[in-house]
Design a binder for this molecule. Structure first.
Ligand SMILES: C[S@@+](CC[C@H](N)C(=O)[O-])C[C@H]1O[C@@H](n2cnc3c(N)ncnc32)[C@H](O)[C@@H]1O
Length: 307
């Protein structure tokens, strides 16, 4: 019977040969998946024997990975902000950069709730995740706010154009016991409403230039193109969201938009053109790249009766 170490050696060599840049990590995750355990257990027991069934499952996973399929789709799971999300080709695999969007949205909500005295009966803070995908942003926010004991002071909504993605997001919300705390709906960006004005809009919309789509790593070809393709300049979908903000954002609301690491200048130019007078700060991710644009109306605009 093969040992963990022997199978890993074979798997790493196979994945290196197929071009994976993370062959060791991929092999460890896939062997752990085949054994229905976690990666730490694999690394702690490299001399343990592996039964034929698990070895065959590992082999099948290696075949899929060597063909280019992302590890997250093979395992059916991806960790995001310390939470496990069920993942499959119905939605984009959540990326670590997006954790920054969640942290900034949480910070805005907490500031909102703690910043000014809130008399009893104050309306909840209205938060929406636009382009919910697997639910990574909305579900994580709900879990973080529940841990802070603030979930009852917030209403959370989430939209997507993709029914498949919405279904997966609902499943993840239920798995994290916040299924009844997020209002999911199908919409092209923000849902049309005469009355609702959002206090916090968080969005990780597609921002890859259409021309760059064929140059992405092969693993991304397994993900829905509509989750990635941001049009000719990469900012077409985000630009349409900017157009909705003057009517949809509350007077002192904030919009947090994830952008590509090379899109800061283009996004700033778009904000000047579409939202004259609004402020735009850009926060960096852990890699030091521009990642989240934070947009606010200017104070005079917000104070005007038409705002
Ligand atoms: C980059 S993915 C992000 C998914 C998820 N929020 C995350 O961070 O992992 C973008 C999502 O936006 C959705 N989307 C694209 N265009 C949209 C539109 N016009 N209105 C609503 N959702 C849209 C896609 O279906 C996809 O689920």
């Amino acid at each position: 019977m093969a040992t963990v170490r022997a199978l890993l050696d074979v798997g790493i060599a196979r994945l290196r040969e197929s071009g994976s840049e993370t062959a060791r990590l991929d092999a460890e995750l896939l062997l752990a998946h085949a054994l229905d355990t976690d990666r730490t257990a694999i690394l702690a027991h490299t001399d343990a024997p592996v039964g034929d069934g698990a070895a065959a499952r590992f082999q099948a996973s290696l075949d899929r990975r060597a063909a280019g399929e992302p590890v997250a789709y093979i395992r059916g799971i991806k960790e995001f902000h310390g939470l496990a999300f069920g993942i499959d080709p119905r939605a984009l695999i959540p990326r670590p950069e997006t954790e920054r969007l969640v942290e900034l949205a949480e910070l805005e909500i907490v500031r909102w709730l703690l910043g000014a005295p809130r008399p009893a009966g104050s309306p909840p803070v209205r938060v929406i995740d636009v382009g919910v995908g697997s639910g990574a942003v909305a579900v994580t926010l709900a879990v973080l706010l529940r841990r802070r004991g603030m979930l009852d002071e917030v209403t959370l909504a989430a939209t997507d154009l993709s029914e498949d993605a919405l279904q997966l997001a609902r499943e993840n919300a239920v798995a994290h016991a916040v299924g009844d705390r997020i209002a999911f709906s199908t919409a092209d960006l923000l849902p049309g409403s005469e009355t609702t004005r959002w206090d916090v809009v968080a969005a990780n919309l597609p921002y890859v230039r259409s021309g760059a789509m064929p140059t992405l790593p092969v693993a991304t070809s397994y993900e829905p193109a509509t989750a990635l393709d941001g049009g000719p300049d990469g900012l077409t979908v985000i630009g349409r969201l900017l157009d909705q903000l003057p009517d949809a954002l509350a007077p002192h609301g904030v919009a947090l938009l994830e952008i590509g690491g090379d899109q800061e200048a283009a996004l700033r130019a778009l904000v000047i053109e579409r939202l004259p007078g609004w402020s735009c700060e850009v926060e960096r991710d852990l890699g030091g790249l521009p990642r989240v644009a934070i947009l606010r109306r200017d104070e005079t605009d917000a104070a005007s009766p038409a705002a």
